[in-house]
Design a protein around this ligand. Structure first.
Ligand code: ZN
Length: 168
């Protein structure tokens, strides 16, 4: 099968020796799930591959948010996480390289709760927030544009990953 241009890596993010390739379909998939879940927090898994110092994020998989208070927190459905790990092990799915979630009325950066929850394991975190920034006054209207912050959970906390559009 010919490769689809939409799946070709678009962005390379270089940070602390890490090269980060982002497939074109990832951002739209996250934004669609965030819009569908609004005003609750949306969440999901990032699938891809890790080779040497290179992380490829190839797909964003929406998951149910099973948190007790989904308007304020997220908790990825453990069954979805187990299924993704099993698929990767069995060779029917890509490896889990991170997760994404939304801040319906916050910024595209880790909250204090995110910092407390992060494992420092090198996972990629994408945080999707309204493009207009702090919009608590707009919380009754769904934002039409989203901003995505890319982060890596390291032993020293979250490292911000800055996208570069000159790709591959
Ligand atoms: Zn958060």
């Amino acid at each position: 099968m010919a490769s689809c241009p939409d799946d070709s890596p678009r962005s390379i993010i270089v940070q602390m020796g890490l090269v980060f390739h982002l497939a074109r379909a990832v951002a739209p998939a996250m934004e669609a799930h965030v819009a569908a879940a609004w005003p609750n927090e949306a969440c999901g898994l990032l699938l891809g591959a890790v080779e040497g110092g290179c992380v490829r994020v190839l797909a964003a998989v929406p998951c149910a948010n099973v948190a007790s208070d989904p308007a304020r927190k997220f908790e990825i459905d453990p069954a979805a996480l187990i299924a993704a790990h099993r698929a990767a092990r069995e060779g029917t799915g890509a490896r889990v390289v991170g997760c994404f979630h939304s801040h319906p009325v916050g910024g595209a950066f880790p909250s204090a709760r995110d910092v407390a929850a992060a494992a420092g394991d090198g996972a990629i975190w994408a945080i999707v927030a309204p493009a207009c920034g702090a919009v608590r006054h707009l919380s009754t209207e769904q934002p039409s544009d989203w901003r995505i912050g890319w982060w890596q959970s390291s032993r020293n906390g979250f490292e911000h990953l800055s996208p570069r559009e000159d790709a591959v």
